[in-house]
Design a protein around this ligand. Sequence first.
Ligand code: SAM
Length: 282
Amino acid sequence: MTASLEELPPLREVIAAHGLSARKALGQNFLLDLNLTSKIARRAGDLTACDVLEIGPGPGGLTRGLLREGARKVVAIERDSRCLPALGEIAEASGERLTVLEGDALALDPRPHLTPPVRIVANLPYNVGTELLVRWLSPTEWPPFWSSLTLMFQKEVAERIVAKPGSKAYGRLAILAQWRAEPRIAFEIPPRAFTPPPKVTSAVVHLDRLESPRFPANPETLSRLTALAFNQRRKMLRSSLKSLGPDVEAQLTSAGIEPTWRAEQVSLEGFCRLSRVLDGTN
Ligand code: SAM
């Protein structure tokens, strides 16, 4: 007889049975406490009428949490083929609500497997986490295919996502995330919750997408502008943005920004206003 989700063995046993020793190169730090994985799944909201995209299920701790919280369907992308048999057992126990795609989340398009509304939930491999977030926040069409993201990051990255002007953590990631979504740090998770424990504290960040960006701006202009401004964040804007042309000081002033300010003094709204001035669309 097939085991139900509740009857599956503890994750430590699953890891031992399938020889899933953690590999550093794949960013493998596993969560084995099913109470904690259910807590992360709950933070994503009501999953019963949603498809969930999970990146890096590993031995399936978070996957089990998502399914136990009633996800309509979970599509999980895992690069490490050693994890597939354990994930197969979860698929069976869930009444085939789990589809596992083997491959690299940076190369694989999961959209054909997903039906909206889609929530993305993941304990991300640290080496690809920020890149995936930036991609999810920068599609050519907005709104994107997902409606919320519930993601684990190193605490330092989580702080960059929610940072406000005037802080060291404020930069391009804050601009992008807060322009198109409402990001919040949900809770922190100490290193000892993981096997093996990472060196740093982690945090779960929840982002609800906005139906349209918070302020009007052309995404390419905003991206180019914030790259220039924050890549030389200690310089005054009249100097870091000099390559934008001879009128940059006047353009800054007309956007309500002092040319002597530094990037971290400019609000998201200010950067959007400057983008429109540069594009002549203000
Ligand atoms: N979700 C599991 C948990 O919470 O215990 C595992 C999380 S572990 C931090 C990251 C997982 O992502 C590993 O299972 C790893 O094999 C997988 N992974 C690493 N790089 C990947 C990639 N490019 N695409 C898909 N999965 C990847």
